[in-house]
Design a protein around this ligand. Structure first.
Ligand code: ATP
Ligand code: MG
Length: 440
């Protein structure tokens, strides 16, 4: 059951009179037949005893929390002394950590039953809170009293939703009710932590269901989104309200955080620019630009890195423009966006359409056709940037141009090439410039 380096660490601790177990997520993943991200080990040995036993191949990673990283068979394992956490006055961290000799105390401080199990070196499981039963029923349930557990550490609210999404589990009703009651405590949690949990939640297999079940939780750190919940679009393209459309769009794009966040943000602006025409049809004129501004503001609050922020706002801004479908317009799109962002935009367009009324799925074929043209353009090494132009500044100077005229001429040539009015060939471009200079 356990990989050999984990067994070796457990045995060495046991042989020296200490209790030791694999604990937490790795036990859960093992029972679910998923590959654990890492193997955590809990022991009754004090950190200095662990240091002594594994002298020469360990690092004191977090001694005040009782954690020592042990190297074994070229891998690293966190070995942490059993703990009993004290009070939590900041809704995130225990005020004090107390070491314990008792596995039961260590399991009691863990957040969810499915992550509060331990496995010894023979593979036998200690499960005090019905974790195996909850795995079988596929539910996320708090260890102990849910309201208290979320009040102690509000990040657990996001962890619960993240596990529900990634594992495709439901949140047990009492735990779900406590999440809703305690959601405002999320304001005590650092934006970076919320974002990291959301990255995983959004990429989970059940992201759509979890978003639809807990909009009021998402609304704590993304209040812009609350106006989209239940907003009837009154438009034949849309058979869902804006939030349901959004959740479906999130789950329709490949599970990469940048794309999933783009879909989460793409229609934020709809809540502020909804109009109904004389026929009773709903419209959202200009919502791409407005969503883009709202997304930029939300991403600043959530501490996104500059590059991700820029890319996501670009995609949100472009999501509502017509799909380019000619060689010329796709060349122009390549010029404006670059290759990577254009591929991403096509994915965004696809997902947006998949989350609309089924009668409009013909758009998928338009996107297929656009993708085919982009592949052709790239295969023939088509020019869409100054870097790829068959002439450069030196060529322009050799023909007598100076100063700003050099750049202006290159730009002009690029646009003629993008419009397919000139081939991207050196001799053709040079003679066109010569003709232009002469005619002046
Ligand atoms: P992942 O697959 O993300 O690694 P995990 O369950 O292993 O999931 P970790 O963050 O690696 O999560 O934490 C390891 C274990 O520590 C958890 O299974 C849980 O028992 C406990 N734990 C982690 N964070 C908390 C928390 N905020 N409150 C209570 N227990 C926690
Ligand atoms: Mg883990």
């Amino acid at each position: 059951m356990l990989p050999s380096p984990v067994r070796a660490i457990l045995r060495r601790l046991n042989e020296n009179g200490h209790d030791a177990y694999a604990v937490g997520g790795c036990v859960r993943d093992q029972l679910l037949c998923r590959a654990p991200a890492d193997w955590d080990i809990a022991t009754s040995a004090r950190p200095e005893q662990v240091m002594e036993l594994f002298a020469g191949h360990c690092i004191p990673t977090g001694l005040q929390h009782g954690t020592v990283t042990v190297r074994q068979e070229h891998q690293s394992f966190e070995v942490t002394t059993f703990r009993a956490d004290g009070n939590y006055s900041d809704h995130r961290h225990p005020d004090a950590v107390q070491f314990s000799d008792d596995l039961r105390e260590d399991l009691a401080r863990r957040d969810f039953t499915i992550g509060a199990m331990a496995m010894d070196d023979s593979g036998s499981i200690t499960d005090l809170y019905g974790g195996q039963e909850d795995l079988r029923r596929r539910v996320i349930r708090c260890v102990g009293e849910a309201d208290c557990r979320f009040d102690e550490d509000a990040l657990r609210i996001m962890r619960a939703l993240r596990f529900a999404s990634v594992l495709d589990f439901t949140v047990e009703p009492e735990t779900a009710a406590a999440i809703r009651r305690g959601r405002e405590q999320l304001r005590h949690i650092a934006a970076e932590r919320i974002r990291a949990e959301m990255d995983q939640l959004l990429c989970g297999v059940a992201a759509e269901r979890v978003l639809l079940e807990f909009p009021e939780v998402i609304g704590v750190f993304l209040p812009e989104m609350l106006g989209t919940v239940g907003l009837d679009q009154r438009n034949p393209h849309h058979c869902f309200d804006v939030w349901e459309h959004t959740a479906r769009a999130v789950s329709s794009v490949p599970p990469v955080p940048l794309l999933r966040w783009t879909m989460l943000f793409h229609d934020l602006g709809k809540s502020v620019c909804f109009t109904v025409d004389a026929q009773g049809t709903g419209h959202f004129y200009g919502h791409g630009k407005i969503s883009c501004r709202m997304a930029a503001e939300a991403m600043r609050r959530l501490k996104f890195e500059g590059a991700a922020r820029e890319r996501i706002t670009l995609l949100v801004d472009w999501h509502d423009r017509d799909i380019p479908r000619t060689r010329k317009s796709l060349r122009r799109a390549l010029h404006a966006l670059g290759e990577e962002a254009l591929w991403q935009l096509l994915e965004v367009k696809r997902a947006d359409n998949l989350a609309q009324a089924p009668e409009y799925r013909g758009v998928q074929e338009e996107i297929d056709r656009a993708a085919e043209i982009v592949r052709e353009l790239l295969a023939e090494d088509a020019c869409f940037s100054l870097k790829q132009l068959a002439v450069n500044g030196r060529d322009m100077m050799a023909l007598g141009l100076t100063g700003a005229a050099v750049g202006a001429m290159l730009d002009h040539l690029l646009h003629l090439v993008l419009d397919e009015q000139l081939p991207n060939e050196r001799s053709a471009l040079l003679s066109w410039v010569q003709g232009k200079i002469k005619s002046r």
